[in-house]
Ligand binder design. Sequence first.
Ligand SMILES: CC(C)(COP(=O)(O)OP(=O)(O)OC[C@H]1O[C@@H](n2cnc3c(N)ncnc32)[C@H](O)[C@@H]1OP(=O)(O)O)[C@@H](O)C(=O)NCCC(=O)NCCS
Length: 144
Amino acid sequence: MIVCRKAVSGDLDTIVMLMQQLGYAVDSNTLSARLELILQEEKSTVLVAVTAQQQVVGCLQVLISHRLAEGNNGEIVSLVVDETQRGKGIGKILVAAACNWLQEKGYGKIRVRCNQIRTDAHRFYETLGFTEKKTQKVFEKKIM
Ligand SMILES: CC(C)(COP(=O)(O)OP(=O)(O)OC[C@H]1O[C@@H](n2cnc3c(N)ncnc32)[C@H](O)[C@@H]1OP(=O)(O)O)[C@@H](O)C(=O)NCCC(=O)NCCS
């Protein structure tokens, strides 16, 4: 049986490994600082999926954004299920846990921005009832 709970610092090594599987090589110290910051926030959290043997097999971050034009939305980021555990319903459980977290805070909509190349993930979200809204380019610039 899989249950979802808020991440704790003891999950760090597994989350480092999961972020690598997602394509982000983040060192442990950097990720530790990010996790600590997120876990202090009211508007965001990190959830992990845990087996009956207390093994962490997936994670996501859920956050709330208040946008002038688009209003208030929940958003999923950094969703990944351990590559040895995919196709067992764990991603679906994590997304349901994110929806619960948002609903308890009074938010009625959830979205996810997904890289165009992650076509498997697109099908996963469609299976879960998400519908495609738009395609975007992301721009960034260093300012410090
Ligand atoms: C996308 C991901 C999180 C899905 O997690 P998962 O645990 O393998 O998915 P689940 O087993 O919970 O699947 C839930 C449903 O989606 C469907 N699904 C999952 N992957 C699918 C795929 N590639 N194509 C079609 N359907 C798919 C399943 O069949 C299942 O349907 P059902 O509820 O009708 O049985 C996982 O594959 C992953 O970590 N991928 C790499 C990282 C990634 O792309 N993350 C998303 C970033 S936006």
